[in-house]
Design a protein around this ligand. Structure first.
Ligand SMILES: C[S@@+](CC[C@H](N)C(=O)[O-])C[C@H]1O[C@@H](n2cnc3c(N)ncnc32)[C@H](O)[C@@H]1O
Length: 258
């Protein structure tokens, strides 16, 4: 199953949040933003992170996605931005000119990509010499940290071991990503672990409602409605009642230079 990125009814699945301040600071520290005139956000979804880049005052930001439905949600979500546009394109073959941008971001994209080498070769092709490439995704180690009131996704695997198998199949190891970056011609590769706040909830119920709607969590589309109800019950029992919840995910960020 999985989420169908091309179904119009999912067009707002990745529009409902804003990038965490810690994410913006991390990108600002890793990439010399003041020197970038064109940035590409490939696999941009609803444009949450394209928007964050546009807010960093990069002259021009283009969000690229292979799904018309996602692009529709992104355009609606970012309609007030004059330095941000969206275009249809595949991460493996963007059809963009070679050496045309100073920064490429691929966030939460590569677990949907089987041919990592082709994906990174394409990013290398469109970057200017000395251009910056940021890949952000969750490795199996990031995903399988135990559930807690901060790491809600950990609970998903407690109840449904088959989700763990599915997750293990699609997540790339850090070693594999690093090798693929080197093979594509990137240098100065840095790898860091990063906890990103996903959402803050005033209490448990709004979190459970978000899970009920499967908002922005593609792995939950693997569960049928009864299984989802069971998961919600499990999380409800595991969390203290009525305290505010800050949900975080642990990610790995790979920075590389062309
Ligand atoms: C999990 S969402 C992440 C969206 C956004 N980057 C974020 O972090 O909120 C993955 C996105 O990648 C897009 N995608 C998946 N495979 C792609 C490909 N081969 N080329 C371009 N986009 C792709 C999907 O349509 C979806 O919008």
């Amino acid at each position: 199953m999985g989420i169908d990125f091309h179904d119009r009814k999912n067009r707002n699945s990745y529009t409902t949040r804003h990038a965490d301040d810690a994410w913006i600071k991390t990108i600002d520290r890793l990439v010399p933003i003041e020197r970038i005139s064109l940035a590409l956000d490939i696999g941009c979804g609803g444009g949450i992170y394209s928007q964050a880049l546009a807010n960093l005052d990069i002259k021009e930001v283009i969000g690229i996605d292979y799904s018309e439905a996602m692009l529709e949600g992104a355009r609606e979500n970012c309609r007030e931005y004059s330095n941000l546009t969206f275009r249809k394109g595949d991460a493996l073959n963007t059809r963009l000119k070679s050496k045309q941008c100073g920064f490429v971001l691929e966030r939460a994209l590569i677990h949907h990509i089987t041919d990592l080498d082709a994906c990174f070769q394409e990013a290398h092709r469109i970057l200017e010499p000395n251009g910056y490439f940021i890949v952000q995704d969750r490795t199996p180690e990031d995903c399988f940290l135990p559930g807690s009131e901060n790491h809600i996704r950990g609970y998903f695997f407690d109840l449904f071991p088959r989700l763990k198998e599915k997750e293990r199949m699609r997540r790339h190891s850090s070693q594999k990503v690093t090798k693929s970056l080197k093979d594509a011609g990137f240098h100065s590769i840095e790898v860091l672990s990063f906890w990103e706040t996903r959402s803050k909830y005033p209490a448990k119920e709004p979190l459970l409602e978000d899970i009920r709607k499967r908002t922005g969590r593609s792995i939950l589309h693997e569960l049928n409605d009864d299984e989802l109800a069971l998961l919600i019950k499990h999380i409800d029992h595991s969390l203290p009642s009525n305290s505010p919840i800050t949900e975080k995910d642990r990610w790995t960020i790979w920075k590389a230079v062309k």
